[in-house]
Write a protein that binds this ligand. Structure first.
Ligand code: SAM
Length: 326
């Protein structure tokens, strides 16, 4: 299973225009939405906090989540939960094509919000403002360091005098590499719609930066974001609303930190349970700019795809699975 993403805009040579990645459907959910609540650091959250709210509600708990913004913001969890439940309904009405077989009813969504948050939801996950994802290694806060076992950047985006989105992601990965240990995970949620996906420089990120920074690319999870959307995540953008694009053109890139001489001494709680899972079936993506395919452009990526295929069972589910808390 693989996904072909348009990574060069305005280029017609297929070998440059498209990049093929292995698919790892459900891998993010199996790593994070499990009952032992692995610690996670969310960077780059925006003012509506619906990503974090949905994340907590899915896990039925605000525990073990540290969420951060680059800007000087302060979450109002009551507003965030209200907005998320409103967006849960809208996302459900609009639908998507992210191939997740799980469908949460609105009453289940509400019940999980009630489990996770107080009524009214005055308290939320630990929040820290003004955290630069490119400078995690310089951040002295213990609560940040303690949650680096899983670091999540949902829809990184930056275009200004200080750099672009591709550079932001490279700098983020370089910084994360200094605070993560062997086995820790880096999650980067991106849209696969070609008009935006070319901004990530995915080929260079996966083929050059990741190995340089000692990360193994596991693949692209094309289903787990659906669960977060079911719980009312509403993407925020300063340059036009692409929320409904994300409903059907999205993957979560997953990288695992490899051992290195300079491993930090930070403790992390990479989860250890391995049980069964039931809802991560994946089918193909039918978009014009993004499609599943078995072709690939380099031997390295070909090897990765083969590796992922060898890890999957006949019904398309990774064989190493964990219990989801749903
Ligand atoms: C397209 S918005 C996505 C916001 C939110 N994650 C979401 O999915 O709705 C891009 C986000 O990247 C954040 N960002 C840009 N540069 C950053 C940096 N150096 N460190 C942390 N966040 C950054 C912005 O503050 C903004 O919230």
């Amino acid at each position: 299973m693989s996904i072909k993403v348009e990574v060069k805009w305005g280029v017609h040579r297929p070998e440059e225009k498209f990049f093929t990645m292995p698919l790892v459907p459900g891998m993010m959910a199996k790593g994070l939405f499990i009952s032992d609540l692995p610690r996670v650091l969310i960077v780059g959250e925006s003012e509506n906090f619906t990503f974090t709210a949905a994340f907590a509600a899915l896990r039925r708990s605000i525990n073990n989540i540290v969420t951060t913004t680059l800007e000087d913001l302060e979450p109002d969890w009551s507003e965030a939960v209200t907005a998320a439940i409103r967006w849960a309904k809208k996302n459900k009405r609009r639908g998507g094509s992210l191939n997740d077989t799980t469908s949460f009813s609105i009453s289940e969504v509400r019940a999980r919000y009630d489990n996770a948050f107080e009524t009214p939801p005055a308290v939320g996950p630990t929040f820290i403002s003004e955290v630069d994802a490119r400078e995690l290694h310089e951040n002295p806060l213990a609560s940040i360091r303690d949650h680096c076992g899983n670091i999540f950047f949902q829809c990184p985006y930056r275009v200004d005098a200080n750099g672009d989105t591709a550079k932001l992601i490279v700098d983020f990965m370089s910084s994360a590499a200094l605070v993560q240990n062997e086995g820790d995970k880096l999650y980067i949620g991106i849209t696969t719609e070609g008009r935006y996906a070319h901004a990530y420089n995915l080929r260079e990120l996966i083929q050059d930066t990741a190995p340089e920074e000692n990360y193994e690319f596991e693949g692209a999870d094309n289903t787990s974001i659906q669960k977060i959307l079911d719980f009312g995540y509403k993407h925020t953008s300063r340059t036009g609303d692409i929320h409904f694009t994300i409903l059907s053109h999205h993957v979560t890139l997953i990288f695992t930190k490899q051992a290195s001489d300079s491993d930090s001494t930070t403790t992390s709680d990479s989860d250890s349970t391995t049980t069964s899972d039931s809802d991560s079936t994946t089918t193909s993506d039918s978009d014009s700019t993004t499609s599943t395919t078995s072709t690939t452009s380099t031997a390295t990526v070909d090897d990765l795809i083969k590796k992922v295929e060898s890890m999957t069972t006949n019904d398309g589910q990774p064989s190493a699975t964990r219990n989801e808390s749903n």
